[in-house]
Design a protein around this ligand. Structure first.
Ligand SMILES: [Zn+2]
Length: 107
C-alpha cells in the first residue's frame, strides 16, 4: 500500500486539500462537494460521490461495477488502488461504522 491515512473525527468540519488548501468538502456551500485538481475521489461507504478519470483507471473495477457489487467495500477498493503518494482522509459520518473517504495526490 502506498497511501497515508488521515483520520478526521468530526463529520462537520470542512476537508481541505493538503496541496492547494481548497475546501473540497465545504459545508458552507449548497453544493458541498468541491473537488480540486488534486482530488482523486470522494466517497462514502454507500458509494462514490466523485472520482477523477486518472484514479478510476487504476481501479480493478469501474465505479459502476463497484456500485453494483452487493458486497461493495469502498475503502477496500480505494486503498488497494495502486496510486503513488496518495493521501486518504477518512471522516467519521457520525453514524456507526459509516465514513467518508477523500483521496488526494499531488499529480
Ligand atoms: Zn488541491
Amino acid at each position: 500500500m502506498s497511501f497515508q491515512l488521515i483520520e478526521v473525527a468530526d463529520a462537520t468540519v470542512n476537508i481541505l486539500c493538503p496541496y492547494c488548501h481548497h475546501a473540497v468538502l465545504d459545508w458552507n456551500q449548497e453544493q458541498y462537494i468541491q473537488p480540486c485538481e488534486h482530488t482523486l475521489f470522494m466517497a462514502m461507504d454507500l458509494g462514490f460521490e466523485f472520482i477523477a478519470d486518472r484514479f478510476e483507471e487504476v481501479l480493478s473495477q469501474s465505479v459502476d461495477e463497484i456500485h453494483e457489487d452487493p458486497n461493495m467495500n469502498v475503502f477496500a477498493c480505494v486503498s488497494q488502488a495502486n496510486y503513488p503518494d496518495m493521501q486518504i482522509f477518512k471522516a467519521d459520518l457520525g453514524v456507526e461504522g459509516m465514513y467518508r473517504y477523500v483521496g488526494f495526490s499531488k499529480n
